[in-house]
Ligand binder design. Structure first.
Ligand code: ZN
Length: 234
């Protein structure tokens, strides 16, 4: 069987047998795992193949549990790794990626992930993780309804409700909703074209508040457990 070549981002790795690792690589087709045999042997120079966040092109055997045969390091994102805070936010993003259901729109997520990695050069982790999580609600199948009231479809929306999954009009006010300012900011971020538009117009938003809200939204609507969100914003 011919070997295969896959491009992806290293999400995590774990020790396998005595001197090897299993690497989890996120690609446009979803998560792939492969064996990096002998990679714990420093002399072999395989550290970049197993380092989290690295962007790689990997040639591997075409088997059920493939083995890496060769690789090219495409980017190591040193501007993230040299900054502890950015690294912690990036790990949080990769944790979310690792919990995506198998039938997710992986190509779309992979492109979003690569764009977010690029943006880390100029923007902080809190802002980028908030943007990432708001946009990823779509991929988890729980995108909020933002342009009309969730309950009556009226377009004069006034509030944002986590529990109802989106906007509410003035008639459907509830006690635990967020105000129109929050609704507008979430809408702005959700629809922001981060491939072509500058992020500068949202850079003054209170990202701590939005990060808290989007994490609450995930707790309510996404069936995954994320640890450590609060430690990121102390
Ligand atoms: Zn309504």
């Amino acid at each position: 069987m011919e070997n295969i070549c896959l491009e992806g981002i290293v999400v995590s790795s774990l020790i396998y047998k005595e001197k090897s690792k299993i690497v989890y690589l996120y690609t446009k087709d979803g998560m792939v795992s492969f064996r990096a045999l002998g990679s714990l042997n420093e002399k072999k120079g395989m550290l970049p193949l197993t380092t989290t966040i690295n962007h790689l092109s990997v040639i591997m055997s075409n088997k059920a549990f493939p083995r890496a045969l060769d690789y090219t390091l495409l980017d190591s994102y040193e501007y993230i790794k040299s900054d502890l805070k950015k690294t912690l936010f990036m790990q949080y993003i990769l944790e979310i990626i690792s919990k995506l259901p198998e039938d997710s729109p992986h190509e779309r997520v992979f492109n979003l992930l690569k764009r977010i990695l690029e943006l880390f050069k100029d923007y902080d982790g809190l802002m980028l993780t908030t943007i990432f999580m708001i946009k990823m609600t779509y991929s988890f199948g729980v995108a909020p309804i933002l342009k009309k009231c969730v309950i009556c479809n009226k377009q004069n929306t006034m509030y944002f409700s986590i529990r109802d999954g989106g906007a509410l009009c003035s008639e459907h006010y509830k006690r635990d909703v967020f105000n129109k300012d929050i609704l507008d900011k979430i809408k702005e971020i959700y629809y922001l074209d981060i491939y072509n538009e500058s992020l500068d117009r949202i850079k003054d938003y209170d990202m701590i508040e939005l990060f808290r809200i989007v994490n609450l939204y995930y707790n309510n609507h996404v069936d995954i457990y994320l640890k450590g969100a609060s430690s990121l914003i102390f």
